[in-house]
Design a protein around this ligand. Structure first.
Ligand code: GAR
Length: 201
């Protein structure tokens, strides 16, 4: 099984969905470490509840030196012999240095149908755009924000009367199915990054 390091910044519900999927003996990955850049978030407690090792690398003492923060994260990932890095509600933009170091072994979930609605407040963006469907994407991370090739997507309808809360909940249900499925594709080698595209076998 591939050893996965999950980076979080908050509640960690996507991390939990992967931890639950990894209970199946034939799942091709296991979470070996969860790292948060914010101390004391709920996701760290939830990880410990699964018996998963946790660490906090607070980004604030590093100030503007993003790479120094990332070197600390990278060191922890290497010491723990991590094969794949999974961003799950990790709200820091990574430098090209880190992205290159983990190229093809670094994936993210984003709550929109990429390439639509990059960045933050994606549900608000979708509602304001007046589109009829929305969803979530798991993609390989490339240096440009939310621009990496998509591994899997899931769609939900936008319904009359939706607000950010109802829509984000509907998307989150899909995220919790999509992320374990996409990680399984990558961990098993069925999906890989070749150049700037996903190749599938
Ligand atoms: C999820 O909706 C995830 O897609 C989103 O943050 C939430 C984290 O929830 N990620 C981003 O917006 C990344 N830019 P979780 O901590 O419960 O998994």
């Amino acid at each position: 099984r591939k050893r996965v390091g999950v980076l979080i910044s908050g509640r960690g519900s996507n991390m939990v969905s992967i931890a639950e999927a990894a209970r199946a003996p034939d799942y091709p990955a296991e979470i070996a470490l969860v790292i948060s850049n914010i101390p004391d978030v709920a996701g760290l407690d939830r990880a410990r509840g699964f018996g998963i090792a946790t660490a906090t690398v607070d980004h604030r003492p590093f100030g503007k030196d993003r790479e120094a923060f990332e070197r600390a994260v990278d060191e922890l990932l290497r010491v723990n012999q991590i094969d794949l890095v999974v961003l799950a509600g990790f709200m820091r933009i990574l430098t090209p240095w880190f992205v290159k170091r983990w190229e093809g072994r670094l994936i993210n979930i984003h709550p929109s149908l990429l390439p639509l609605f990059k960045g933050t407040h994606t549900h608000r963006q979708a509602l304001e755009a007046g589109v009829s469907e929305h969803g979530c994407s798991v993609h390989f991370v490339v240096p440009e924000l939310d621009a990496g090739p998509v591994i899997l997507q899931a769609k939900v309808p936008i319904l009359p009367g939706d607000d950010e809360e109802t829509l984000s909940k509907r998307v989150l249900v899909e995220e919790h199915k999509l992320y374990p499925a996409a990680l399984a594709e990558v961990a098993s080698g069925r999906a890989s990054l070749t150049g700037d595209a996903v190749s599938r076998t």
